[in-house]
Design a protein around this ligand. Structure first.
Ligand code: HEM
Length: 196
């Protein structure tokens, strides 16, 4: 089953799901602007699922080697690029919401959220072997580590209300903490191994 979504093929189900959902919501609401409230949260949630697997792939492969984690490691780049596709769609929707409705966000919120998109753009544009060679492995790793932790931080901040008031949205902050736990456990395991 996993071979059907290996590598670039992952774009097919993700693009079909994403644009199928957006199209269906615009049809149901009658217009793009009327559909925005039904589109902004689900696109962020869909993006988070992809982010979770890209962010934890190497930790899962280290802690629980098996077919699933090996698939995640082999396809981490395409999972990351599909995250970018879905999350840039969230970005376009929230920008439309600010431009086409009377919704507002304070400058600090726009700056903090916008910085996540600057990181996401840099990580997307450097998701190739050529970019790793051009940047050098050390700088490439630093960009992708700082960028992914920054985006992790925004996911937990944007869904923090679901920690204070647990409900259907609590799965995002809960999985953010699981992801952090996996990365810490994997780092500790590597440190133990190197100290032996
Ligand atoms: C300047 C950029 C951004 C703006 C203006 C923005 C705006 C919004 C809006 C209007 C919503 C709908 C719910 C609400 O009204 O609060 C939303 C939901 C959400 N956004 Fe963004 N967003 C931005 C960037 C981001 C980034 C970078 C992330 C994550 C890295 C993110 C993650 C989320 C999540 C997880 C939700 C769903 C929250 C929930 O479950 O209640 N957003 N965003």
């Amino acid at each position: 089953m996993l071979k059907f979504i290996e590598g670039k093929k992952l774009f097919i189900p993700v693009t079909l799901l994403l644009f199928g959902y957006v199209y269906s919501q615009i049809g149901a609401a009658g217009s793009y602007v009327a559909a925005l409230p039904a589109l902004m949260v689900p696109t962020a949630h869909f993006a988070f699922v992809l982010f979770f697997f890209a962010f934890t792939a190497s930790s899962l492969a280290r802690l629980a080697p098996g077919n699933g984690p090996r698939f995640l490691m082999r396809n981490r780049r395409y999972i990351g690029l599909n995250f970018a596709l879905v999350h840039f769609t969230h970005g376009a929707l929230v920008l439309s919401n600010l431009m086409l409705t009377d919704a507002t966000r304070t400058l600090p919120v726009l700056a903090v959220g916008g910085t996540a998109y600057v990181f996401l753009a840099a990580m997307t544009l450097t998701s190739s072997g050529a970019a790793v060679r051009r940047l050098g492995a050390k700088r490439w790793k630093m960009l992708h580590k700082v960028g992914s932790y920054y985006i992790w931080g925004i996911f937990i901040a944007t869904s923090a209300e679901h920690i204070v008031d647990p409900g259907p949205g609590t799965w995002i902050p809960a999985l953010c903490l699981v992801a952090l736990g996996l990365r810490i456990a994997a780092a500790q395991q590597s440190r133990k191994r190197t100290n032996k």
